[in-house]
Design a protein around this ligand. Sequence first.
Ligand code: FAD
Ligand code: SF4
Length: 533
Amino acid sequence: MEVGPIRHLIVVLGDQLDPQSAAFDDIDAAQDLIWMAESADEASQVWSVKPRIAMFFAAMRQFAQGLESCGYRLCYRRIDAPESNEPLDVALANSVRRLSPEAVVYVEPGEWRLRAALREAVRQGGCVVDQREDRHFLCSQAEFAAHTAGRKQLRMEYFYREMRRRHRVLLAADGGPEGGAWNHDASNRKSFGRKGPPAKTEPRAFAPDALTQSALRDVERHFADRPGELAAFDWPVTRSEALLALRDFIEQRLALFGDYQDAMWTDEPWLYHSRLSAALNLKLLNPLEVIAAAEQAYRAGSAPLAAVEGFVRQILGWREYVRGVYWQSMPGYLERNALGATALLPEFFWSGETDMQCLRQTLQQTLRLGYAHHIQRLMVTGLFCLLLGVDPRRVHEWYLAVYVDAVEWVELPNTLGMSQYADGGVMASKPYVASGRYIQRMSNYCSSCRYDPAQSSGERACPYTTLYWDFLLRHESELRSNQRMTMQLRNLDRLDAQARNAIEARSAVLRARWTASAPLKTPLKTPLKSKFS
Ligand code: FAD
Ligand code: SF4
């Protein structure tokens, strides 16, 4: 494209679709040019599924169209451009050389790899970097560092209380927590029992408009070999759609969010969850407006405190906390493997073809929709990998590839830390391990499964139950020092030698079945350096 002299080249990444972003603070439509690029290389850092790529491209195209309609000039490279195979940093360096702006402006990227790469790209292009703070988040890296200073052990709960006070969320008139307690989980986390989920309306769906359809077509064409389907793609991809999705959640599902946030049910992917994570992570929504909408529902009497507090904790607590852990721990965090896990990821993670009902449901839903709720991620797919002893780096690459909301700063601590305990206890005070009985209690999956969660050995033994005991046996000596594992290890002590041998024999059969021939869909990458180094 032909453009006159450029003052600022404003770079907007796919997860920075925020009109309030600091990158636009001093934008001048006459002198500045906004730069966006759909990148095949970014979609291939891991084996991203079609819904995830489509989420980014559709939302980027919508955002770009909105900027153009406001009169701003854009240099937008679509995936079908001949140079779209260039890595993002190479493409940027080439644009900087060609356009010679006075400065390149962007908000700090959310991913460690890109932070270094973009800075280097601009330097290579011979230009000045103006990197600005990401105001989307409610806790800056400096504030998180102040919170962690001098603490031997990090715990989300204390961080969350600080955040409630700082942002004045769900506080009583005396400055204490609304309802007299900071955490109301004792009233949350029920299962559905035999009757299944109470009646509810399906979440609001957003039929793709012509622009979104163009993105879906391009993903089908350029990423034909990727798993996943786009037929059911109905995610909010604009800010106005995201606001409608927020309102729909607050009005229709928030009231039962707390009660059933850990429950699972066959063919019910959404239940009472918000489906807002992708809109938040792409910055179509601001976390404070989501929190305010939930608090307002409580104050208006339309949702109970336990549900609202539980929801607020996920966003004001967990979401900010994992970001803090990510920036404090990178790049070394990516290499952590506290339990020395080395197994390959079973091939059925890419197809959902398995006779274990819980995994079949969760995996097929994940590949079809790009979504699974927290407990499906933590206690079905994550638990299985932890018990089997899959290399955490491979688990991380799978999680980063399959969800529409997957961005590294939030995915990595959740996967490697919370679900795989690979950080040795930074994110979780003990490994989240359980037998098939947990899944039986929280879902109806087991009732249509060929396995029995009560059995730990033999042909009909639930693989989770076998691998649970096998996990405790393999890691017994490391876990003895963890007080929070006392109860589980006491139960292990009750197993006699015969039971132990039977578990070990069955677990060896399972391991040989699943991990011997797993293909490497996501080539293990060394920590990514700038393409120029
Ligand atoms: P809801 O259940 O409605 O929760 C509301 C919001 O709270 C979410 O939209 C999300 O923004 C936030 N939230 C909830 N739990 C967490 C958490 N543990 N960490 C950070 N934010 C949280 N979330 C992502 O956004 N991207 C990821 O790549 C991601 N990877 C995960 C990997 C694993 C192994 C696990 C266990 C969890 C992961 N999560 C991730 C957290 C959580 O599972 C998702 O945010 C949630 O399932 C998204 O669905 P929802 O919007 O319906 O959430
Ligand atoms: Fe999953 Fe085991 Fe239940 Fe089958 S029996 S659904 S494998 S937990």
